[in-house]
Design a protein around this ligand. Sequence first.
Ligand SMILES: C[S@@+](CC[C@H](N)C(=O)[O-])C[C@H]1O[C@@H](n2cnc3c(N)ncnc32)[C@H](O)[C@@H]1O
Length: 461
Amino acid sequence: MSDWSQGYPTDSAYIDAIQTEITPWRWAQAMHFGGLSCPDPGKPFRFLELGCGSAMTLIGLAAAYPWAEFTGYDFMPEHIVMANRLIAEIGLTNIEVLEGSFAEMAANPPAEKYDFAAAHGVWTWVPPEVREEIVDVLGTWMAPGAVAYFGYNAAAGWCSLAPVRKIFRSAPMARSADERYGPARAAAQAWVDMMADGYPQMELLWNKLSEAPDHFLAHEIASPFGTGKWMEDLGRPLERAKMAFAGPAVLVEHMEALYLDAAEMDFLKKAVDGGWGETARDLLLRRTFRNDLFHRGAMKMSGPAMVDNMRGIEVVPWDPALEMGTHPSVGDQLKRGLPDDVLDGLKDLAGDGGRTFGDCMAALDVPAAQAFQVVMTAYVSGNLLDLRPEAQREAAQDGCDRFNAAMMRRLKSRKPMPGFMSPAWGGPIQFGMKAHRAVIAGEAEDSFGLADRMATLGIAV
Ligand SMILES: C[S@@+](CC[C@H](N)C(=O)[O-])C[C@H]1O[C@@H](n2cnc3c(N)ncnc32)[C@H](O)[C@@H]1O
């Protein structure tokens, strides 16, 4: 471990990842739904990422929002080299990725402030003094009205894994570099096998983690500061940066009635009345990760203004079973949805092309408030896909084509390929299934109708 690492595991590069929750287009919807205004992602804006890693997400976003400026910082030089190689390969000019620690950033605030910030996989991986530096940066780098996104491990889901973390920090490392956590893996597996009956969530989490490579585990569970946090553990320090909690970044997480049964809703209501709603949400959803938005003095937005915004959004039919990361957080957690006939009717209507969220509402012969709920449910559950205005899609096409071509080159040469970027909805695409990759690489039959979906997303492969 080196001096400059401040306790962060810097002996191996982080995985090349793309984060589907990071998209200003969807953040604006989530902010509005939470009753707050948001910088317009369709107009020029400045976007900052703290701890961007190899900046895969940031580079994709720069391709999808060519009218905006993107800046990423990370203190690991390997990450900066990787990011700049991809930026040069794609030929983007609206992004810079720079080497710098949060402490160095805090000491050098820019003259021109930022409208959006993202810190994914950072807050719950660094020591307390580095968290303070992050707050210092947000307090001096962000413009009034700015929105900051944090993706971080949630305490509710991670507490059951505390013993496994402890094993990873206690067991000696193996001599061979590519087997360094061999003894810790074996001990964790043996312990989980003995205890799993009483801790089903621990088993679920460990099963997932045990498949990850050592260099991922180094960051995720072996780092001395890795932990899960509650929302207030982040919200309270951010008050110093004049930032307040705005709500979940992913729209579906605002609609808990879709996830919870009557007893759970009652538990949540009492918690909300008692002022500890976010803790109750984490517990009820057994959250292992939170994707939260915070704002710096955003204006309030009325319900009717929010509905008007949604009404104007173009929608097309979609299929949640495709697992392409277009509707993050939906998974199999939804307990309630729409009857098939209502869904089919909405998809038929949207399928004609050029239809909006408002057209779908109007086609339902029910009062506006109910129509809004129904179309929103179809949308957040992944049965409708939202499209950005045509002018934005067109402006983004060329950069996204170049980003996606670079990803295709990786896929075809069997290198890690985290995902594509969709000019259609301004966010990253990920494939949940290996079979999808084989289809896109031209190695398997397209039994999923992927080619059509990719065309809708504006991804030429
Ligand atoms: C878990 S990775 C997440 C990377 C990326 N945001 C993602 O989600 O794919 C955390 C990143 O924070 C960076 N980091 C940690 N401490 C830092 C510090 N004090 N200053 C700047 N970057 C730091 C690491 O180098 C690493 O790239």
